[in-house]
Design a binder for this molecule. Structure first.
Ligand code: FMN
Length: 217
């Protein structure tokens, strides 16, 4: 499989087979993913791969606190807006994510992505808006990892809700103080085939030539 096909068919996987993902598969994927760029090549990212059932149950329990609130709000939102087709598909996606949330401990691997706070090259912290640049030293690695796992036939879902419970997650996994948590990946072999038609905006709506608003063709 080439990189383009992997990118087009990656999707967020909501249901996984119970089969374990062997360490060597994870190792190979990380071995490729680590070549992602990062500010000053400071290499801030660390991964804690969680396979232990009790720890996954604790992560699920923590995740369900913000998730249940989010799902309730999302369901209320989809119920009050849009044409029926849009409503159906948004509610279906929310229901699948709800199912995923409640089955989080059954997902073969939960990968906690950490980063050393003082090794992020944050060049936008004084812009008077939410800072995002620190993440640019982390998420390329994460996306590389998702693509590398996809090539191995392993599906993933990136989640961030659990970052609200960073202190609890750090305690559970003995993550040192100087590290933050950036996101959590669920990973495993997908129960159904990988998706072929992900819903995304057209290139003309996202990419402009020479000035913002003039679409590239
Ligand atoms: C930054 C980010 C945060 C996300 N957080 C969550 C999350 O907390 N829970 C969840 O179920 N999905 C989460 N997702 C997955 C998105 O819901 C998913 O990518 C989106 O709905 C598109 O679905 P698709 O990739 O299957 O097309 C997150 C994705 C990203 C990129």
């Amino acid at each position: 499989m080439d990189a383009l096909e992997a990118m087009r068919t990656i999707g967020s996987c909501r249901r996984y087979k119970p089969d374990d993902v062997p360490d060597e598969v994870v190792f190979r994927a990380v071995e490729a993913a680590r070549f992602a760029p990062q500010g000053g090549n400071r290499q801030p990212t660390r991964l804690v791969v969680v396979r232990d059932r009790a720890k996954k149950e604790r992560l699920r329990d923590l995740y369900l606190v913000p998730w249940d609130k989010y799902y309730e709000a999302a369901s209320a939102g989809t119920a009050s807006t849009g044409a029926l087709g849009e409503y159906d598909s948004a509610q279906r996606a929310a229901d699948a994510a709800n199912d995923f949330a409640h089955n989080l401990a059954e997902v073969p691997l939960l990968i906690v992505v950490c980063a050393r706070s003082d090794a992020l090259h944050v060049t936008d912290k004084d812009q008077g808006r939410p800072s995002v640049v620190g993440g640019a030293s982390i998420y390329p690695f994460v996306q590389n990892l998702c693509i590398a796992l996809r090539v191995e036939g392993v599906a993933t879902t990136l989640t961030t809700l659990l970052c609200e419970y960073e202190a609890e997650v750090k305690e559970l996994l003995e993550i040192p103080d100087e590290y933050l948590t950036a996101c959590h990946l669920a990973a495993g072999y997908p129960e159904r085939p990988f998706p072929t038609k992900l819903k995304r905006m057209a290139v003309e709506d996202t990419t402009f030539l020479d000035r913002f608003g003039d679409p590239i063709r």
